[in-house]
Write a protein of this length. Structure first.
Length: 202
C-alpha cells in the first residue's frame, strides 16, 4: 500500500507538463485528478479532466459522469468508492481548451511517465472501461481497430479484461442513436459485470 501511496503523492506533485513539457506547457497550474487503490476490481480509464473537474478535484462531476454512472448502473456512492472502483484518466490534469472552446487532448506526459507503474500496483483489477479513443489507443495498442466505432463494436474481442466505450458526453447522442447495438447489447453486459464485481467478496 505504501508504494501506491508514494506514487500517488508523486503524481499529485508532478509539474512535468510545465517544467519539461513535450510541446507547449500546461496553461495553468497542475491539478492531477485520479482515484486508485490496491483493492479496486474495476477501473474507469477516461480521457482527462474538464473544466468542472479541474475546479472540483473530483472526476466525472459533470453531465458526462451522470451518463457514465447510468451506463454502469451504479450510484454515486458506489462510483466514488475507491476501494472498489479506480479512476485513471489518460491525462491527470485539465489540458486546457482550443480556440473553439473544446478541450485539448490529454497531455502525453502523464501516460508515458506514470501509467505503467500505476497499473502494476493495482493487482486486483478485473475490468477496465476504456472511455474514449485515447484510453483505447494506450490500453489496446495494436489490438485496437481503426476507429472508435469499430473498436467499440468489437468489444467482445477485448472483454472481460477491457470494455471499450464511447465518451459519455452528450455530444455523442447522435452516435448512440446511430448505433443502437451499443445500448441493446453492450450496456446490459456492462451493468451485469459491474454488479458482479461490486458484490464480489474481497
Amino acid at each position: 500500500m505504501r508504494k501506491l501511496e508514494r506514487l500517488v503523492g508523486d503524481i499529485q506533485a508532478c509539474r512535468i507538463c510545465i517544467e519539461s513539457p513535450r510541446n507547449r506547457p500546461l496553461p495553468h497550474e497542475p491539478r492531477p485528478v485520479l482515484r486508485v487503490s490496491r483493492s479496486a476490481r474495476i477501473c474507469v480509464a477516461g480521457q482527462a479532466p474538464g473544466t468542472r473537474v479541474h475546479a472540483s478535484g473530483m472526476p466525472f462531476t459533470d453531465p458526462s459522469g451522470e451518463r457514465l454512472r447510468d451506463w454502469m448502473g451504479v450510484t454515486p456512492d458506489e462510483f466514488y468508492d475507491l476501494t472498489r472502483i479506480a479512476i485513471v484518466p489518460m491525462g491527470f490534469c485539465f489540458p486546457g481548451q482550443n480556440a473553439k472552446g473544446g478541450d485539448l487532448p490529454p497531455r502525453r506526459e502523464c501516460a508515458e511517465l506514470w501509467h505503467v507503474r500505476l497499473f502494476e500496483l493495482m493487482p486486483k483489477l478485473e475490468l477496465t472501461l476504456l472511455v474514449g479513443q485515447y484510453a483505447q489507443i494506450w490500453h489496446l495498442g495494436r489490438a485496437r481497430k481503426e476507429g472508435l466505432t469499430d473498436t467499440v463494436a468489437a468489444w467482445r474481442d477485448y472483454y472481460p479484461r477491457y470494455l471499450p466505450l464511447p465518451h459519455p458526453s452528450w455530444r455523442n447522442n447522435a452516435w448512440i442513436k446511430k448505433n443502437p447495438w451499443f445500448e441493446e447489447e453492450l450496456l446490459p453486459v456492462l451493468k451485469a459485470d459491474i454488479r458482479r464485481l461490486l458484490e464480489k467478496k474481497p
